[in-house]
Design a protein around this ligand. Structure first.
Ligand code: ZN
Length: 327
């Protein structure tokens, strides 16, 4: 096996979801999470007050024809931050939340599930149609059976209502938003594009096995873009969305980490509506929960690493140099 391939396989092994979950799940990270959560919660509260008073200016909704120009204003910032060159811009388009025919909704797994459900439904439906005695009960059964898959698809579409990057088509699909919210989101999705072009080119199980790494880097870029444009345009509205993400995601993880190490979480840090209660943790294995919350784990882990080692970790990580994980 040649050396490059061995190196690539070693990196991939270090970066998979289970290794990175364990990196976050260290006792020493708890105090750093508390520090971050404390600082960002206070900052968010201050911005929420400004928003309530109508003093945060998010700008008008960006038109689809303005997306490319907006991206141009952001691309160099992200390229410099990640230390990358010659990355072609992805396609950027708005998509509708109620477009049930978006190609990414028909990925391999979804199509297989629909095909299996369809074959199971075929026999009872066939029987009902053959023996149709035109009673209203029979019609009801037939209609419900026919509606089953479209209903699942509709629910799946609504569940998938987030801005996203599609590697198969090199495109970002964004939902209409104002400039102060859209620019950082664009930075997040563009970071996924860069990862796909550099570190994860040709890695097939990328979305499944490396999502903590991928979302952690993208949240770091989103945070950087928010700060840069807040300074450039002297507008704190750019910070609003990323602070919401930071606080929401860390509030989900912090109590779980505390309970795992037998530490009582600081109640003042948990004043959020949907944080997970202690009984949830006691009745569930932490890894089962942690395995699915890629944004929260990725964001918390890379935020903690950023505080420890500085923002150069993002440049190193995108090149595959993750020696900072061993420090
Ligand atoms: Zn993402």
């Amino acid at each position: 096996m040649d050396n490059d391939l061995i190196k690539q396989l070693t990196i991939m092994k270090q970066l998979n979801n289970s290794c990175l979950s364990l990196k976050l799940f260290e006792r020493s990270n708890i105090s750093l999470l508390e520090e971050i959560l404390n600082k960002d919660s206070q900052e968010l509260e201050r911005l929420k007050n400004l928003k309530r008073q109508g003093k945060l200016n998010f700008g008008p909704i960006v038109k689809e024809s303005e997306l490319e120009e907006l991206f141009t204003s952001l691309k160099d910032e992200v390229d410099n931050f990640l230390g990358v060159l010659d990355i072609n811009a992805p396609k950027i388009e708005y998509c509708s939340r109620f477009n049930f025919f978006r190609p990414e909704l028909f990925n391999k797994n979804t199509c297989i599930s629909y095909a299996i459900a369809g074959s199971f439904l075929f026999f009872p439906l066939n029987w009902l149609l053959r023996n149709n005695t035109h009673t209203s009960l029979n019609s009801f059964f037939i209609m419900s059976t026919l509606a089953f898959i479209p209903t699942c698809h509709m629910l799946n579409t609504l569940r998938y209502n987030v801005d996203h990057y599609i590697s198969e088509t090199n495109s970002m699909h964004l939902f209409k938003n104002s400039k102060a919210n859209l620019l950082p989101t664009m930075g997040h999705e563009y970071a996924h594009h860069i990862q796909r072009k550099i570190l994860f080119a040709g890695v097939h199980d990328f979305e499944k096995n490396y999502s903590i790494f991928s979302e952690g880097i993208s949240r770091g870029v989103q945070r950087h873009v928010s700060k840069i444009f807040k300074e450039k345009e002297d507008n704190e509205a750019f910070l609003y969305e990323i602070l919401n993400y930071n606080v929401e995601e860390m509030k989900r993880l912090y109590p779980i980490m505390c309970y795992a190490f037998g530490i009582e979480p600081q109640q003042s840090l948990l004043k959020a509506k949907n944080f997970i209660e202690k009984h949830y943790f006691e009745n569930n294995e932490p890894n089962r929960y942690l395995a699915n919350d890629y944004h929260a784990i990725g964001n918390s882990l890379f935020y903690v690493l950023e505080i420890k080692f500085g923002s150069s970790i993002y440049k190193d990580a995108i090149k595959g140099d993750v020696s900072f994980l061993e420090k």
